[in-house]
Design a binder for this molecule. Structure first.
Ligand code: ADP
Ligand code: MG
Length: 187
């Protein structure tokens, strides 16, 4: 389990990344950290890209139906505008944001904010997804989570697409994807 750095002893902000495949528990872990920040009386702003409307327009919902209220925003610049009101910023599904998110997250951390970013590190083809590789490079703390392989029960790092569509972005859940380990992903 990740033990949060405390705002008290830090001179600046920092960036935490939670990455991994679909169903690996990224959203669950993001919600856990954000709820604890709220318990610690931090002001918490939560954002997700508007394109991800799978469960709810104004909530982040995990596959286990854990939920927290979030702002659905069109672009990364919207996060920058809203972020001044908060000490802690949570961002889910960061892979869907434009590249500007990298600068914005960096600037927010430089201004003293704790920025927690969750996102898919790889797309359905096993390639780095959107701004995630860059975000991973500039992060201060990285947590890579794993799902259970739906074919063999092993450790899954890949989001295998079970349909024939080849667009990078296909919003969906169990009807389009399953978590797979390296061997079963490459079958
Ligand atoms: P992510 O945000 O990484 O897609 P979530 O936090 O939304 O993941 O969901 C994690 C939850 O998904 C787990 O706690 C579990 O209940 C459920 N789940 C469904 N399929 C799997 C799987 N193949 N491996 C692990 N967890 C799974
Ligand atoms: Mg998620």
């Amino acid at each position: 389990m990740f033990t949060e750095p405390s705002n008290i002893a830090q001179k600046s902000g920092w960036i935490e990344i939670v990455c991994g495949s679909m169903f690996s528990g990224k959203t669950e872990e993001l919600i856990r950290r954000l709820k604890r920040a709220k318990i610690a009386n931090q002001s918490v702003g939560i954002f997700k890209p508007q394109v991800d409307n799978r469960y709810h327009a104004s909530k982040i919902v995990s596959h286990d139906e854990n939920a927290i209220t979030a702002n659905a925003v069109e672009t990364a610049a919207h996060i920058h505008l809203a972020a001044k009101n908060y000490n802690v910023i949570g961002i889910d599904e960061a892979q869907f944001f434009d590249d500007e998110i990298v600068n914005i997250v960096d600037q927010l951390a430089n201004k003293g904010k704790r920025v927690i970013v969750a996102g898919l590190d790889m797309d359905y083809a096993g390639n780095p997804f959107g701004p995630m590789p860059h975000l991973l490079s500039i992060a201060n703390f990285v947590t890579k989570l794993h799902a259970v392989c739906m074919k063999c029960g092993g450790v899954a790092s890949y989001s295998y697409r079970t349909t024939n569509i080849t667009n990078q972005v296909v919003i969906g859940e169990k009807e389009h994807y399953e978590a797979r380990c390296r061997a079963c992903f490459n079958l």
